[in-house]
Design a protein around this ligand. Sequence first.
Ligand code: CP3
Length: 347
Amino acid sequence: MELTNDLILRAARGEKTERTPVWLMRQAGRILPEYRAVRNSLSGFIELVKNPDLAAEVTIQPVDILGVDAAIIFSDILVIPEAMGLPYEMIEKKGPWFPNTIKSEADLKNIRIADSSSDLGYVIDAIKVTKRELAGRVPLIGFAGAPWTIFCYMVEGHGSKTFSNARKMLYTQPALAEKLMQMITDSTITYLKAQIEAGANIVQVFDSWAGILSADQYEQFSMKYIRQICSAITDVPVTAFAKGAYFARKSMATLDCETIGLDWNMDIKESRELVGPNKTLQGNLDPCALYGSNAEVEAATKKMLDAFGPDRHIANLGHGVYPDIDPEKVKVFVNTVKEYSTTLRNS
Ligand code: CP3
C-alpha cells in the first residue's frame, strides 16, 4: 500500500520535506476521551492490548482526532517479559506489577526467548488490522523497550524512582544480568522483525530508564544491546530514544540507526553538535509546556522548531504526553509544527 503521507520516513532518512513531521510519544491512550470509552468497555488495559480490532481503533484515533503524521501501534513494552514467561498486571492508577521477578540464575530456567508468532501474535494481528484501516494515510510506528528498560521491570517487578534492585544486580550478579539482557535482546529483534513484516514502517526503541545508569554502565549494559538491535533491523528506519542519557549522545551517533530521540533536558544545538549531521533528531518539547495557554504552546513550539532547523527533525515531545493534558493543547502543538515549519522553509 502506497503511503499518501510519508513525511516521517523521509525525514528519518534525511531527505528534504515540505514541512516538519509531528507525532507524540504516548499519543494512543492517555489523553483522549475516545480512548477512555473504548478502554472502559473492557475489564482492563491488557485485554485492550490483546484485542487486535480495538487496539487498531485506539491506534488510529490520534491520526483522526489530533492530525499527527504517524500512528504508533497501541501495545506496551511489557508484552516482551510476558512473552518470555514473566506475566504482568496493570494496576489502575499504580502501573505495572510482576508477580514473579528474576532474582537468581535459577529463575532463568523459567523464562525463554519469546516466539513472536505464537506469544505475540496479538500484536502482529493488531498491526495488520491497523495497516488495513489506515489505508496508507500515515506510516505506522512499531516499537519495543530497550533491553535495559525491560530488564528493570523483570528484576524490580514494578515501577521505581531508582530501580535499585535492578541496578544492584549489575554489581552483584553481572553475568546473570548480561545473560538476561541477551535473552531480552534476542526476543526483541525477532519481535521487531515480525512487526516490520506485518507492516510497521519505522520502529522505535524506548530506553525510558537510560538516565539512571552511569555513562560506563550505560555502554556496557544498555548500548551494547541497543547496538545489536539497530544492526539487526535493516528494512525500515530505526529511532533510538534514551531518556536522560545526555551522557551517551556522542556514542549514540555511532548506532546503526536513522533517528535519535531527545528529551527536553537535552540542549538542541549541543545535541546536534554531539550527534553530527548524519542522524535525524526527534523531540523534544517539555510535556509540561502543553499546560500553558494556546499562545504559550505556540511560542514554545516555534522556539523549538527554530533551534532544530528545517532538516533532519521529527517534532515530538521530550517524553510521553501526560495523561491530564487537554487534547486541544496537543492540537495547537501539532498545528503550530505544521504551519510554522512550512513558513520556515519558504522564508
Ligand atoms: O505511544 C503510544 O501511545 C503507544 C502505546 C504505548 C503504551 N505504552 C500504552 C500504555 C507505548 C509506546 C508504551 C510504552 C511504555 N510502556 C514505556 C516506554 C515509554 C515511556 O513512557 O517511557 C514504558 C516505560 C511502559 C510501561 C508502562 N505501561 C507503565 C509504567 C504504565 C503505567 C503508567 C502509564 O504510563 O500510564 C503503562 C501503562 C500504559 N501503557 C497505559 C497506556 C495507554 C495506561 C494504562 C491504561 O490505559 O489504563
